[in-house]
Each structure stands twice: as C-alpha cells, then as structure tokens.
Design a protein around this ligand. Structure first.
Ligand code: COA
Length: 157
C-alpha cells in the first residue's frame, strides 16, 4: 500500500540529478510528492526562490504525481498547516547521515506527528552536490552531467 503524501524539502540551489533521483524514487513509493523549496536565506542564495521553483517545476514536469511548492520559516509549522506528516530525505554518505539524523529528531520534537524517511542516494549520483554545481557554473564549466535539463536551459537564458 502506498503512503499518501510525502514532502521532499530542500533549498535546491540549484536542483541536481541527485535530487531528481530521490524525487523519482519517492514518486513510485508515495501517492503524491510535494517538493517544498525553502525560501529562507535568500540573501545568500545562488538563485532566488522564484527561479529555483520554476526550474524545479520544469525538471519535475514529466513525473506525474509531483507538485512543487515553496515555504519559509519552520518546515514543521508549514507541514502542520498543510496537513502533511511525512518527510523524505536522501542520504549520500555518513556526513549526510549525521546532519539528517539531527534534523529528523528536531522536526519530530517540534511536531510528534512528523516522520522522516530516508532513501539511500543512487551510487551514480551520490558524488553530486549543489555546492559542486555552483562552483563549476561560476568557473564557466559544463554541468550537464550533474543537473537536469531545466538548469541548463535556465543558464542558457
Ligand atoms: N543527492 C545529491 N545531493 C544531495 C542529495 C542527494 N540525494 N541530498 C542532498 N543533496 C545535497 C544538495 O545538493 C546540497 O548540497 P550543498 O550542501 O553542497 O549545497 C545539500 O545536499 C543539501 O541541499 P538540499 O537538499 O537542497 O537541502 P538543504 O539541506 O539545504 O535543505 C532544509 C534544508 C530546507 C530542508 C532545512 O534547512 C529546513 O527544513 N529549513 C526550514 C527551517 C526549519 O524548519 N529548520 C529546522 C529543521 S530541523
């Protein structure tokens, strides 16, 4: 039986093939995936919220049961307001594990109804990070092996 709705939160600055891997696999496990783009820390963002949402929408277009939304403030507050309980996050390595562990516990303390589920990142994309992509873009390199086409289209203007 498929669980109903899962939230996949992140800054997605920018979205990478690692994120898309998690979204696609979640879409097979859940009835609906809500990709929740965080609007916090806008000043330090590489891309502004509006752009991150538009690029994510474009990247998810072909996946039927995915909806893209944005939020600011506490994720747990936003989820309560939307009536949602499940979070999915990807784990690439032991560094991610310790960060995600703390985040999952904190969200559960903030709201006992919230459960976080983890998917192990697919090996072929587990080396990718948004920081790496930003560095390559800033240095004028080719990021086509790391990001979905919508990021490339946005970069091409
Ligand atoms: N494959 C490849 N890369 C992945 C990945 C995967 N499966 N999962 C994460 N990443 C990478 C991203 O590329 C990014 O790389 P970077 O650190 O080099 O930029 C990094 O891991 C994490 O980015 P992302 O997944 O976009 O999300 P985030 O960790 O920045 O998002 C929030 C964190 C938004 C979910 C969290 O800060 C939050 O909930 N904020 C709201 C405020 C709040 O409620 N705080 C309390 C939470 S306890």
């Amino acid at each position: 039986m498929k669980l109903k709705v899962v939230v996949y939160p992140g800054r997605f600055d920018p979205v990478t093939l690692g994120h898309i891997d998690i979204i696609k696999r979640s879409s097979h496990l859940f009835g609906q995936v809500i990709v929740a783009v965080s609007g916090d820390s806008e000043k330090s963002s590489f891309w502004q919220l509006e752009q991150r949402v538009a690029v994510m929408e474009d990247a998810c277009q072909a996946i039927g049961n995915v909806k893209v939304e944005s939020f600011s403030g506490l994720l747990s507050d936003w989820m309560v307001a939307q009536g949602m309980n499940y979070i999915v996050r990807g784990i690439r390595d032991s560094v991610d594990m310790s960060v995600e562990w703390r985040m999952a516990h904190s969200n559960r303390v903030l709201n006992r109804e919230i459960e976080t589920l983890f998917l192990a990142s697919s090996p072929e994309v587990s080396h990718i990070s948004s920081t790496l992509v930003r560095q390559i873009i800033t240095s004028g390199g080719d990021v086509s092996a790391f990001v979905p086409g919508s990021v490339l289209a946005c970069l091409a203007g």
